[in-house]
Write a protein of this length. Structure first.
Lengths: 118, 111
């Protein structure tokens, strides 16, 4: 069974601080996808990143960066110089990869509420 | 790229009334389709997924059912709503390199 743990339920930072959101996952699959999504107050899920399990290269996109450590089953997300607009719930998620390249289901963590104060 | 249309955006229904939420997908064919529910505690729970027309898998026993009458249409239903059915319902589609795409969600309040 797959499981995603986001131990931080709520984080509050002051604008311009860096913040790291933790994500630890469990799976028996050897190949899988990892995701981060942002959910603003409006409710829709905004896709941030998808990672294949065989690609451990860290990624940076603007103020966002992701640290994938397969050895510790972690996929942490860092926001540099946080802004008020970053305030949202952030979800880490895990998906299996079927032989066809498709996926059966997306397992979400419970989310981390990030509040960035001005 | 995929686009998901989900409606209605908000819905208030009395206990015991029926429910029908519809989700349609554009820009892809033969996607995997999913219904997720997000209760007040923020977590997203998979309710149903479908790999093709008429093929439905249920992840959690519940008061709800799903149907896929067409390749790009996924419907979530209930014959009699319970208070515990309140929540935010998200439809999602997965297709190869497009990855997952989510609809904008339906906020259901059962009163």
């Amino acid at each position: 069974a797959q499981k995603v743990t986001q131990a931080q339920t709520e984080i509050s930072v002051v604008e311009k601080e860096d913040v790291t959101l933790d994500c630890v996952y469990e799976t028996r699959d050897t190949t899988y996808y990892l995701f981060w999504y942002k959910q603003p107050p409006s409710g829709e899920l905004v896709f941030l990143i998808r990672r294949n399990s065989f690609d451990e290269q860290n990624e940076i996109s603007g103020r966002y960066s992701w640290n994938f450590q397969k050895s510790t089953s972690s996929f942490n997300f860092t926001i540099t110089a946080s802004q008020v607009v970053d305030s949202a719930v952030y979800f880490c998620a895990l998906s299996d990869i079927l032989s066809s390249g498709s996926a059966r289901q997306l397992t979400f963590g419970s989310g981390t509420q990030l509040t960035v104060l001005p | 790229s995929q686009t998901i249309h989900q409606w209605p955006a908000t819905l208030v229904q009395p206990v015991g009334s029926p429910l029908s939420l519809e989700c349609t997908v554009e820009g892809t064919s033969n996607p995997n389709l999913y219904w997720y529910r997000q209760a007040a505690g923020r977590g997203l729970q998979l309710l149903f997924y479908s790999v093709g027309i008429g093929q439905i898998s249920s992840e959690v026993p519940q008061n709800l059912s799903a149907s896929r009458p067409q390749d790009r249409q996924f419907i979530l239903s209930s014959k009699k709503l319970l208070l515990s059915d309140s929540g935010f319902y998200l439809c999602a589609s997965f297709r190869g390199s497009d990855g997952y795409t989510f609809g904008s969600g339906t906020r259901l309040t059962v009163v």
